[in-house]
Structure formats: C-alpha cells, structure tokens
Design a protein around this ligand. Sequence first.
Ligand SMILES: Nc1ncnc2c1ncn2[C@@H]1O[C@H](COP(=O)(O)OP(=O)(O)OP(=O)(O)O)[C@@H](O)[C@H]1O
Ligand SMILES: [Mg+2]
Length: 246
Amino acid sequence: MANNGLDSERVSTGIEGLDALLYGGVPSKNQVLICGGPGAGKTLLSFEILYNNAKRGIPCTFIALEEQADTVIKNFKKTFTEFDDVDELISKNMIFVTGSDTATKIQAGSDSEAYSFSGVVSDIESLVKTNDSKCVAIDSVSLLKLMLGNVLVYRKSMVMLATNLRKMGVTGFLTLEMPSVQKSEVSFSPEFFIFDGTVVMYQNWEENKRVFNIEVVKMRGSNHSLALSPYEITNRGFKVFSLSEV
Ligand SMILES: Nc1ncnc2c1ncn2[C@@H]1O[C@H](COP(=O)(O)OP(=O)(O)OP(=O)(O)O)[C@@H](O)[C@H]1O
Ligand SMILES: [Mg+2]
C-alpha cells in the first residue's frame, strides 16, 4: 500500500505547517489535546485532521459532544469551501460523525459518576469500532470535566479514556477549552500532563488586530519544533506558517 500517512510511527495531520512543527506528524496511538480559547478553531482543526486522514483511506470517527453532528459538518463545509468531497467521505463511512447520544447521556448525568464515565468510555469504544477507526476526535473533553466535578475522579477518568483509546490502537485528537487565550496567561491544567501530546492555539492582540498562533507544547515519544507559528483559517483548510514565511 502506498504511504498513506499512517505508518507504524507517525500520523500526518495533513496540514503541512503543522506536520512541520511535529517533525512529520503525531506518533501513532498518541492521544493529543488540541487546546484553545473560544473560536480558536479547535473543532475545525480536529475535523480537518480527520478529513485529511480519511482522504488517505484511513477510517476516522468524529465524536461531537458540544454541537450536533450535522452542525459540525455544515460549519466545516461552509468554512472549507474547496473541500468538495466531505459528503462522499461521510457517506462512505470514512468519516463517521456522531456523538449526540453520548452528549445527551453526559448532560443528563448519573447518580454514580464512576459508572457514568465508564459508560461514556464504552460508548466511545463502540463508536470507534463502527468503522474500525484509526483516528478519532473528541470535541470536547471539557464537557466531561463538567460531569466529573471531583478533581481526582476527573483525572482518573481522563487516564482511563486515554488508556482505552491507546489500547484500541487509535490516534486521538481531543479538544479542550482554555480559559486564557494569550500565551502569557496560560496555566497548565491536569489534562496537559495526562495526555501524550498538547497543541495550543493562542490568540494575541497586536495593535488592533487579533493574531492566531499555534504551538506544540509537548509530544511524548517524539521531538518537535519549539516554534510558535502563526496560523490562518482559509477556504482550503488551516494554513500554519513557518517562521520563514512570516
Ligand atoms: N470562512 C471562514 N474563514 C475564516 N475563518 C473562519 C471561517 N469560518 C469560521 N472561521 C473562524 O473559525 C472560528 C470557529 O472555529 P471553531 O468552531 O473550530 O472554533 P472552536 O475553537 O471550536 O470554538 P468553540 O470554543 O466555540 O467551540 C470562528 O470564530 C472564525 O474565527
Ligand atoms: Mg468547538
């Protein structure tokens, strides 16, 4: 089989500038957080990574916990107008967009937090198995935090989630809302330590303009660039600039 971006070592994001920061991609089976403030592009970025992988023949699952699956697809197509094969990939089950039932259960809560969370993990497991996915996005894990108020329970549950995804052999992209959007104000929450990798999307204000930057904060099992790279959302997907392009 031709190099499909999913070799034994790395999963390409399909976004040239981001792959450059990652020295080729995310180590296979790593569970990677994509963190940022409101409107940073977390949902679009995680969906685009799956889209790029699905195009290479890798089955993917997008688990939408914050928005309806249809809304996520609609916004993705509306933003990335040059991607004309989104519906085709979805209809071929190469991108399985789901999550409403899981989100409803999370929002409904349960008397037993631990039971409820194992239920979420096993729901995610069966969703991933539906099309034998190798790449999964969960948007976002912030909802799970609300369900698990106790810090220790939350931390243990997140470890359980990451371990399960790894055992299933999938590479995971999990979005996380950050209360601070400027680099100077970011504090490292527990998730930064639990998951294998962390990519942060910052927003800074330069004169009267908001500027978006992306950084790989950590990536277990791999070296990566330490650069803070500006990015833009274009109708052909994310554009992450290398420093020489700025
Ligand atoms: N056509 C477009 N061209 C450029 N940028 C766009 C376009 N459409 C949306 N955007 C940008 O994408 C952002 C929304 O992206 P996305 O929904 O992925 O953000 P998010 O980080 O997931 O936000 P939230 O925290 O609300 O879930 C918008 O705030 C806007 O800045
Ligand atoms: Mg979002």
